[in-house]
Design a protein around this ligand. Structure first.
Ligand code: TYD
Ligand code: MG
Length: 401
């Protein structure tokens, strides 16, 4: 039909009531949408699903949580721990897709969760649950179900070792949104990241902390990520990275030591290793630092990832600070992209980043000289504009401001 004849429909979203999750979804759940929640086993996908469904149930929405992995008794045990016992939350332990879809007729949920898609089975398909064929067939049927009934469906999917969602990558193409639950198992922080979203931005993240009684939202991630930052330790530099619309302060740590034998090692966690190697080469060339004879280890504290060029300057200062064994002032943050000629380039949303730093008590900021689009810098921060890395190093280790 002509697009002009379609009546306008509102972007009506069902708010879950867990702001960190709602934001990643783009503001809430869209009617009839199919959302994939991926992540390593044990990261907290089932926990998140149950908590989200409980939040919906508390608003008197009937929701159905289907588990193919746990018995009713096991779900009850978990729900006791999470204190999710609202009567509008319906649960069933079932793997047969026909029976699951049949049950939705009697239960008539507003939202359905399948935990996990790898356990669901279409008896008409002659292959094992979790196989490519089964995952594809059952996901397809759930997609049709969602579109026909308007019931939103969450699929939980495990991730294989190589990072692809087990079974087919194909699943990613079928669903409306893919949310990845990330984090180191032995870290408490969990980051929910949208890698695909037909109805929202893919830049948003939600930050949670795994507690005794489930996942708790981290409302101020910067404060948490900086909580254990050592004062005046060489190799530690704070910068502000932007996750979607949200600035997050992170601590970069570098350790630079003599290479004992062979090629220098570059062990980089949480940053792009290629980018760090490039920055090290620029330092070698422009600052005359002999980094080729040194191993470089880098890490972003708290297990978060920072892969935008705006953190370049902070990476360099962290490396230099460890190399010279001189601490970088712990009340200063560094922002700026670095070019191959050693020039400091502008970064987007400088003001947002600076206000976040001001909120957390930072008093000084190294910023690119081209202060594009900055009208109201926070009053409590002294801006130190720098044009080259040589100048940035001066301001970092022999400050004149
Ligand atoms: P789970 O949600 O079962 O992970 P997934 O579904 O992604 O496989 O989370 C399991 C881990 O979370 C497990 O190691 C125990 C831990 N956990 C808590 O620390 N607190 C809790 O309240 C719950 C329910 C789990
Ligand atoms: Mg699970």
């Amino acid at each position: 039909m002509s697009i002009a004849d379609i009546p306008p429909c509102e972007d009506e979203r069902l708010r879950i009531g867990i702001p960190e999750l709602d934001r990643v979804l783009g503001g809430g759940i869209i009617r009839g949408s199919l959302v994939l929640i991926g992540g390593d086993p044990g990261i907290g996908k089932s926990t998140l699903m149950l908590q989200a469904f409980h939040a919906l149930a508390r608003q008197d929405h009937r929701v159905l949580y289907v588990s193919g992995e746990e018995s009713i008794a096991q779900i009850r045990m978990r729900s006791g721990r999470l204190e999710v016992t609202h009567p509008s939350l319906w649960v069933v332990a079932e793997t047969d897709i026909d029976r699951i879809l049949h049950m939705t007729k009697t239960c008539a949920p507003k939202v359905l969760a399948i935990d996990s898609i790898q356990t669901v089975l279409d008896p008409a398909v002659p292959s094992l649950p979790g196989s490519v064929t089964q995952v594809r067939e059952t996901a397809l049927r759930l997609m049709q179900f969602a579109k026909q009934t308007g019931i939103a469906v969450f699929l939980v999917g495990h991730v294989t070792k190589d990072g692809a969602i087990a079974g087919p990558r194909l699943l990613e193409h079928m669903v409306d949104a893919v949310l990845y639950f990330e984090g180191e198992r032995n870290h408490l922080f969990r980051i929910l990241r949208a890698v695909k979203n037909r109805f929202g931005s893919t830049n948003e993240i939600g930050v949670f902390e795994m507690k005794e009684n489930g996942l708790q939202e981290v409302v101020n991630p910067s404060a948490v990520f900086l909580a254990e930052k050592p004062d005046n330790a060489a190799g530690s530099v704070v910068t502000a990275t932007l996750e979607g619309t949200r600035p997050i302060l992170i601590e970069l740590q570098a350790l630079v030591c003599h290479t004992v034998y062979g090629t220098p090692r570059r062990t980089i966690l949480g940053l792009d290793p290629g980018r760090v190697a490039l920055l090290a080469a620029v330092m070698e060339k422009k600052l005359g630092m002999h980094l080729m004879g040194h191993d470089i280890f880098m890490n972003v504290a708290g297990g978060i990832e920072a892969d935008e060029p705006a953190v370049d300057l902070a990476v360099m200062i962290a490396i230099a600070s460890s190399f010279w064994d001189k601490p970088f002032d712990s009340r200063t943050i560094a922002l700026g992209e670095v070019g191959l000629a050693g020039e400091i380039r502008g970064v987007g949303h400088l003001e947002t980043r600076l206000s976040e730093a001001a909120k957390l008590g930072f008093t000084r900021a190294l910023v690119p000289e081209a202060l594009s689009g900055i009208h109201h810098p926070p009053a409590s921060i002294i801006l130190v504009p720098v044009r080259t890395i040589a100048q940035a190093m001066e301001e970092s280790f022999n400050p004149t401001h």
